[in-house]
Design a binder for this molecule. Structure first.
Ligand SMILES: Cc1ncc(COP(=O)(O)O)c(C=O)c1O
Length: 505
């Protein structure tokens, strides 16, 4: 129980009182604003922390996230056995550290790194940290090359597509790199070579292309971008590297599309990141950055420290961190091998296709992505059928059944619609897909009858103002009808013994 009284000293309950009922452990008072004065028994502390999280979402139904939420008991045991090991301390835990290098080497081979190269990379907190490290490497390399050539190295930029995940915008802002973001157009969400001539120049530190875009799951056109950069080098003598952000697609492409050249087979690709906690099938937090060769990661970014014993290099944005996710990645790679990963990816993709087809058949949705590479279903409501509700309403309505499906506002230039994105993960089976389809369609039926509440949520301010004015001017007759409908619904909900949940007119 949280107390608003800051003078209150928690745990003033006598042990006898605490143990007098089976619920004593839940009933310790917790001060809200001041640090607890006394401790409490472990069971009480666990009960209170647990109870505070009871209303968190059910992570198995959280289909707006790619993040892994299921691992086998053996994996849990393994994690528990190594949770205390600091990955930054290779002197004490050389084998935990070695596990990380092993995974980097395997990823380098999975991503077809050249056989004569020295694999190099790092385990990170997630793809975000991995992307930042890649961006820094390219920034340092670019600057060094410019300075060595006696050229101005003050203005630098990075080129990427308009659907880019927020991490790249963060990177460019935090590390003073001009953002050159190629705008999208409705129906075409992939970065291609089409507009590169307006964005790329000698100050471009790298072009970032995405494998498994956040909004649609599609891939940018790697080959076309690569070939364009080759041609650009021929004309100008300026060689620009590519980074592939494979946060989602990096661990799918090698298993499902082994012939598809998206990786180090393209000579310009110098770095690739992936999220271990997404399709690497490890719970949060884990990402990977892998460089084509040791030489790509500029040595000036590496520090050698001996704080914890023997000398160790450090070149990540963090220092101390747990080893358990890295150990779990090693476990998953051994446990599944290529064959196992491939089977899982096929199963996820098949379920995603079933979900997509059923939802499109329902008539409420249109598919956004032209290609279906990864198990992400990106939909938008068919405006002819869904006239009085939007994606935010659908997300809110299915939330009543426990499902978490995000609706996103699309990036600038394509904001005329929202994307309802559903990520299929390995624990989702056919049965779950059937339930989900049925719940989404019922939600749409309900919203079609009663209207949604979020109609104005994803508009620009001026559109919102215009629509508000239009609504304000709507006839008294409409308002009266709406009020009567709402009253009728309310009465019906009360009649059924439930509180009306508010998806009224
Ligand atoms: C394309 C892309 N890049 C980077 C990220 C950031 O990944 P993380 O959450 O692992 O930091 C994401 C996350 O969804 C992503 O989709």
């Amino acid at each position: 129980m949280v107390s608003n009284n800051d003078d209150f000293h928690n745990n003033d309950l006598k042990p006898a009182e605490v143990n007098s009922t089976p619920y004593g452990e839940f009933n310790f008072d917790v001060p809200k604003n001041i640090f607890p004065k006394h401790g409490m028994p472990a069971r009480a502390s666990a009960a209170i922390v647990n109870s505070e999280c009871w209303t968190d979402a059910n992570s198995m139904l959280n289909l707006s996230s790619f993040v892994t939420t299921f691992v086998e008991p053996e994996a849990r045991e393994l994690a528990a056995g190594h949770f205390h090991k600091n990955f930054a301390d290779p002197d004490m835990y050389p084998h935990a550290r070695g596990t990380g290098f092993q995974c980097v080497k395997w990823l380098h081979s999975l991503w077809n790194g050249p056989k004569d190269a020295t694999p190099y990379g790092a385990a990170t907190i997630g793809s975000s940290e991995a992307c930042m490290l890649a961006g820094l490497a390219h920034k340092w390399n670019w600057r060094e090359a410019r300075e060595n050539a006696g050229k101005d190295a003050a203005r630098l930029n990075m080129v990427t597509g308009g659907i880019v995940q927020i991490v790249w915008k963060k990177f460019m802002r935090y590390f003073d790199v001009e953002a050159r973001i190629v705008p999208l157009s409705v129906g075409n969400y992939r970065l291609t070579a089409e507009h590169l001539d307006k964005y790329v120049d000698e100050n471009t530190i790298c072009v970032v292309a995405i494998a498994g875009q956040t909004f649609t799951g599609e891939d940018d056109d790697f080959q076309e971008i690569h070939d364009w950069l080759d041609a650009y080098e021929k004309c100008t003598g300026v060689s620009i590297p590519m980074h592939i952000d494979g946060a989602s697609g990096g661990v799918i492409n090698p298993f499902l599309y082994p012939e598809y050249e998206w990786d180090f087979r393209l000579p310009r690709v110098q770095s690739i990141n992936a999220s271990g906690h997404k399709h690497g099938l490890v719970p949060p937090c884990l990402g990977w950055i892998v460089f084509r060769d040791r030489s790509i990661f500029n040595e000036k970014l590496v520090f050698y420290v001996n704080y914890l014993g023997g000398e160790a290099p450090t070149a990540t944005l963090d220092f101390s961190k747990g080893s358990k996710t890295i150990i779990l990645q090693h476990y998953q790679m051994l446990r599944l091998g290529r064959e196992g990963f491939e089977r899982i990816m096929r199963h996820m993709l098949a379920n995603a296709a079933t979900l997509r087809d059923h939802l499109v058949e329902s008539g409420y949705f249109k598919i956004i992505n032209a290609t279906q590479r990864i198990p992400v279903v990106a939909l938008t409501l068919d405006k002819d059928k869904a006239t009085n509700f939007n994606g935010f309403d659908v997300s809110a309505k299915v939330r009543e059944k426990g499902w978490i499906l995000s609706t996103y506002s699309m990036p600038p230039d394509v904001q005329s619609f929202n994307s309802v994105r559903i990520v299929i993960r390995p624990h989702i089976n056919q049965n779950t897909v059937d339930n989900l389809v049925s719940n989404i369609v019922s939600a749409c039926d309900f919203l079609g009858k009663h209207g949604g509440k979020s109609r104005l949520r994803n508009c620009t301010t001026s559109t919102r103002r215009r629509r508000r004015n239009a609504e304000a001017a709507s006839s008294a007759r409409h308002r009266a009808e709406a009020a009567i409908r709402e009253l009728q619904l309310h009465a019906k909900a009360i009649h059924h013994g439930t509180e009306f949940l508010g998806f009224g007119v």
